[in-house]
Structures are given as structure tokens and as C-alpha cells.
Design a protein. Sequence first.
Length: 288
Amino acid sequence: MRRKGLATKIFIDGGDPDETRAIKESLGFLDGQTTNPSFVSKNPEAQKKMDRGETFSEPELLEFYKGIVQDISGLIPDGSVSIEVYADENTTAEEMLEQGREMFSWIPNAHIKLPTSHEGIRAAEQAVKEGMRINMTLCFSLPQAAAVYSATRGATRGQVFISPFVGRLDDRGEDGMSFIANLLKLYRKGDGHVMVLAASLRHEGHLMESLHLGADIITAKLETLDEWARKGAPLPGEAYSYDAGDLKPLPYEELDLDADWKSFDLSHELTTQGMEKFTKDWNKLLGK
Ligand code: E4P
């Protein structure tokens, strides 16, 4: 059962429907799931195939991904399931849209993940006009977030998610939770059409602070959600305070959400690295 007072939606981060089943059981509810190419590569069936020395053809791999999200969708028919397009540095917005349209037809509750890069945001601008639900992934800066807001103006609330990646900022000594706080502050000036999905949460502290800050959605891996569920899914009280340790807080920047999205500096090395890692994991399954 969902605990009274829990306003944030809870998603699981992964690519194995058995995990979806497990967390539904231990938490008693689940609002959605985020998948990505790295999670698909870690799916037990994919692992077994790779261990046998086999690889997928492109149509087989898409069929495999489709099967995974169809299973998940059936387990959370009222939730949202994010499906990520393949996007390397040369993938155009048109190519992302073509994949996105196909993936969006796989299940009735899909959000299509597009990278928060120039081409990803260009694809997002068109995708929302077509009525597609999207999740802008690999977001690491306020200018990127402002651009997503501006490019998708006119979308309905819930149609657009943005995924700031906490753990990957922490990994390089920056306080990822301070980025979530800054992003929520920036978006408070807006109309609320983009929902903030705190992603790359690595432990219960990240989860609790995301609830404390009032993120619209969080996604966390089975282990983190399970640990939280075992404690009775507690909510942060008035006195809750997050200890970021030695991590460096990121500064807030005042940005104009009404500016043309192309006027923002969209570059961030973690976005580029993230796209490289996702495509590498996907290509491994293809034997490339
Ligand atoms: C979710 O949408 C992301 O793909 C995920 O949270 C990434 O987490 P990681 O940084 O632990 O890989």
C-alpha cells in the first residue's frame, strides 16, 4: 500500500521483469519503471545468451527489448515504462524520432527516453507535438533543463519527464542532490509541464533526500527500494537532513525558461560519456 503523505512517484530502475514483480510485492505498489540499454544488457536472459558466446541481430535485439517492456507494462498497467532509443554522437533527431515512434507503439504506457543533447532536444520538440510521452535522460546541467522546458512548452503535465542523474555527479565529487534542489527551484518558476525524475540514485540517502526536496518521481534500483521497503518505506520528517559529506555543492543559476532552447549551452561531458556507455553496452549485445 502507498503510504499516506507520499507525494513522489516511485519507479524501479532496471531491465528485469522479475525485479518489477519482487518490488511490487515488497513495497505493495509501484508507479513505474525506467529501463536503458545497459539494463537490457544485464537482463538474465541476455546474459545467458552472451555467456553461450551468442549475440543478437538488430531485429532480434529490438524484439527482446520489446518483450521485456511488454512484460513490465503488464505488471504496472497504470504506471509508466521508459524505453530508451539508441543514440550515439551521430544519431540525428529524425533517427531518434523514427525509433521513438516504433517503441511508443510497443506498449500503451511508454515514455520514450531521449538524450538531453542538441539532437535529443530537437527530437523532443517534435515528439511532444506528435503526442508522444518522453523522458529526457542524462541531464546534468541547468541550461540543459531550461532547454528541455522551453522546447517542450505546450506539453501536458506528465507528458515530459526529465532525468537528472545524481550518482554520476557524485562519482566525480559533485553533490548530485544539490543539482536536484537547483533544478526543482528553477522549474518552480515554470508551469509544471516537465516532471522531475530523480535518477541514478545509488543509496537510501539519495532516495530520502529526493522525497524531502519534493522530486515529482524517483527511480532507484531493486536493492535500494528493497532496503527502504523493509524499513516500512519511511518518509523524511521535518528534521530530516541529508549529509553530502565532502561532495561539492553545485551553484544555482537564474535562467529564462522562456528563452529559445537553442540559446542554451547544452554541452556536458557526462551526457556525452553517458551516451557512449549506453551505445557500447547495446553494441556488445550485437557483437559489435
Ligand atoms: C534511469 O533512467 C537511469 O538510466 C539510471 O538511473 C542510471 O543509473 P546509474 O547512473 O546508476 O547507471
